[in-house]
Write a protein that binds this ligand. Structure first.
Ligand code: AHG
Ligand code: MN
Ligand code: MN
Ligand code: MN
Length: 328
């Protein structure tokens, strides 16, 4: 039985490689993990406490907010703001850049997050998650600009998946590592060291109900893989980006939420969904594109802009691009 390595110890070991890291970054990461434990506790007793269902309010996307959306957002803000290390935060659930307390204005980092991903699955007990990305603050005093950097400027990205177990998966650009929460000691323990996504995969994740709204190239691509001459694909779609992506990260395959005639830029948000996942998948040897360019190259114009997301194994994403090239 290999020695148990806690997330805290792993982060400190990583920090030693960057002497200039004053520990601010480490504190931020630890606090995100702390918020994840609190959210996990609520998720795991959701049916027993008054945390299911929705609240009256709607978010900037017109989505009715679930109680757990609001609760998770509060936990992330309460975990990050008191550190004084985060000068700006952006959340799916808050329209504008989140105001931080005075002492945080000097913070050297900016954090973007989707506090609860897969909200439609909360009340039916299906896996959901939290997604986050961390940027260094730009010299510019306009903290919002620090939130709108291209994904390739991320210094850290990760997600938490609240599933059969709670896992914390993250990268600082030096490989991807996964930690599983041991509730009996309240620690995330290293369970998936140095995750690499297989170059090929037989699992495709897409909401096929949008088929007749897709451009021809996407229809032709999906038809091709459904009758692939020598590989038997299978379709898996949970409706939680974190859960669907996690499966492809570990087993290989491709997740697609492309544009269609109704949603010209797809459904997922660039800043706090596509970018963090793209940073993770590239650090695991995979690819992420909007169908024309690398996700991490896109310069965000606004906090909540949507982007088509095709992400996963290199071969699978490249095959998709071939069909878009050929059929539009
Ligand atoms: P969120 O719950 O944070 O708003 O995200 C939901 C997203 C993503 O998690 C998932 O892949 C996608 O919505 C599912 O979309 P459909 O309901 O259209 O399948
Ligand atoms: Mn939502
Ligand atoms: Mn989401
Ligand atoms: Mn969400």
């Amino acid at each position: 039985m290999s020695e148990a390595v806690s997330l805290s110890r792993f982060i400190l070991q990583q920090q030693r490689k960057y002497p200039e890291a004053a520990g601010d970054f480490t504190l931020i990461l630890e606090q995100i993990a702390f918020a994840a434990k609190i959210i996990s506790r609520e998720v795991n007793k959701a049916g027993l406490v008054n945390i299911l269902g929705s609240v009256e309010s709607k978010n900037v996307h017109g989505e009715t907010q679930q109680k757990l959306d609001v609760y998770s957002n509060e936990q992330m803000v309460k975990a990050l703001d008191p550190t004084g290390k985060v000068c700006a935060m952006a959340s799916e659930e808050i329209e504008e850049m989140l105001p931080v307390s005075d002492k945080s204005l000097e913070g050297k980092y900016a954090v973007v997050f989707d506090p609860l991903d897969g909200s439609s699955n909360i009340d039916v007990n299906v896996s959901i998650g939290t997604i986050f990305g961390i940027y260094k603050r730009l010299d510019d005093n306009d903290c919002e600009k620090s939130l709108l950097q291209a994904g390739q400027s991320l210094v850290c990205a990760g997600y938490v998946i609240y599933g059969s177990s709670t896992m914390f998966v993250y990268t600082t650009g030096q490989g991807v590592n996964g930690f599983t929460l041991d509730p009996s000691i309240g620690e995330f323990l290293l369970s998936h060291p140095d995750i690499k996504i297989p170059e090929y995969g037989k699992i495709y994740s897409i909401n096929e109900s949008n088929y007749f709204r897709w451009p021809k190239g996407i229809q032709e691509y999906v038809n091709f893989i459904k009758q692939h001459p020598d590989r038997q694909y299978t379709l898996r779609w949970i409706g939680s980006l974190v859960a669907d992506f996690h499966r492809n990260l570990l087993k290989g395959g491709v997740f697609l939420y492309p544009e269609d005639s109704k949603n010209k830029n797809g459904k997922l948000r660039l800043v706090y969904e596509a970018n963090p996942m793209a940073f993770i998948v590239e650090n695991a040897g995979g690819m992420a594109t909007d169908g024309r360019q690398r996700i991490l190259d896109i310069k965000p114009e606004s906090l909540h802009q949507r982007v088509p997301l095709i992400i996963g194994s290199k071969y699978e994403v490249e095959k998709y691009l071939e069909f878009r090239e050929k059929y539009g």
